[in-house]
Design a protein around this ligand. Structure first.
Ligand SMILES: C[S@@+](CC[C@H](N)C(=O)[O-])C[C@H]1O[C@@H](n2cnc3c(N)ncnc32)[C@H](O)[C@@H]1O
Length: 288
């Protein structure tokens, strides 16, 4: 992917095109493990909960909610919203195949179309850090649409094992002075920054709890495929995007990403050749 702030449209021929399916391959069961770890921070979700899965993507958090309630007769209601129609299509297909009590709508998190005090729970799985204005507009909307006493859950990465390897590959294969990849995400690892976002979004300081947790994810891909997807997704996200030289140095960069991924804390290859990666996350529970 090229950086959104870069005008450069060049992309190496080897770079895999981003799509919701490729994203799912990159994150493996990660989004679902993240959602499970996040939901585990609150008391059991009641059978009659009215849940908003905000920025639902292909439905990882909704799947975790359905699994947590584990009662097909429950009057549970889930509304998934996102701005990516491809992801929403996949969400709807899963919801229908897996019989979730869920529907999905195209809605921008910064301009929710729901009435005040609609939901008992709002799950924002891996969402805040992809939004403009540090997600504050979206947090305001979450606060507005939660019922009094309702609970909102958010999470952010403290440690992402793929980021260091791509930064090392970028430094090793690109000319000196090339801008660093993914600057600006570091702030999301700080609980205090996260707290200010929640407070600016309308949640009271005493109603916001933040804890740090380890989340292990298993990717469906073998190491080389994983490194190729990681480099394709993140390699072009500096302020200058992809460089012409990246086509020539593609294999070397992917090789470096492979070697560096193996060195990350908690990394394992399973007996059937998949990869296990350890992430560290901040989990926020905010009550209205
Ligand atoms: C990292 S993904 C997480 C997806 C999903 N929550 C999950 O657990 O798999 C971020 C999601 O936020 C969505 N998104 C980005 N900007 C958005 C916006 N302004 N409003 C709603 N969704 C948005 C993206 O389309 C993407 O599906």
């Amino acid at each position: 992917m090229n950086s959104p702030e870069s005008q450069n449209t060049f992309k190496p021929k080897q770079a895999l095109a981003p799509s919701p399916t490729l994203y799912d391959e990159l994150v493996g069961n990660g989004m679902e493990e993240l959602a499970k770890a996040t939901i585990a921070e609150i008391a059991a979700i009641p059978r009659d909960a009215i849940v908003h899965d905000n920025g639902c993507g292909t439905g990882a958090a909704s799947a975790a909610v359905v699994a947590a309630v584990a009662d097909p007769t429950a009057p549970l209601k889930i509304t998934g919203t996102d701005i990516n129609d491809d992801a929403l299509d996949i969400y709807r297909k899963r919801a229908s195949e897996e019989r979730w009590p869920a529907s999905a709508q195209h809605v921008d998190a910064a301009r929710l179309t729901f009435d005040n005090e609609t939901f008992t729970h709002s799950i924002n799985n891996a969402l805040l850090f992809v939004l403009p204005n540090d997600g504050i507009d979206a947090v305001k909307e979450v606060h507005r649409t939660l019922k009094p006493g309702g609970v909102a859950l958010f999470n952010t990465w403290v440690f992402t094992p793929s980021l260091g390897p791509v930064q090392i590959a970028s430094k090793a294969t690109r000319p000196p002075g090339t801008p660093e990849l993914r600057q600006g995400l570091d702030k999301w690892s700080r609980a205090e920054f996260l707290r200010t976002v929640l407070e600016q979004g309308g949640f009271l300081k005493d109603n916001v709890d933040i804890v740090e947790r380890d989340v292990y994810i298993t990717t469906p891909s073998a190491l080389k495929r994983l490194a190729t997807i990681v480099w394709s997704f993140i390699g072009g996200t500096s302020s200058v995007g992809w460089l012409k030289e990246d086509e020539e140095s593609w294999e070397r960069a992917v090789g470096i990403v492979m070697e560096e991924l193996k060195k990350t804390p908690g990394f394992q290859e399973t007996h059937d050749g998949r990869c296990v990666l350890k992430f560290v996350v901040n989990i926020v529970t905010a009550k209205k």
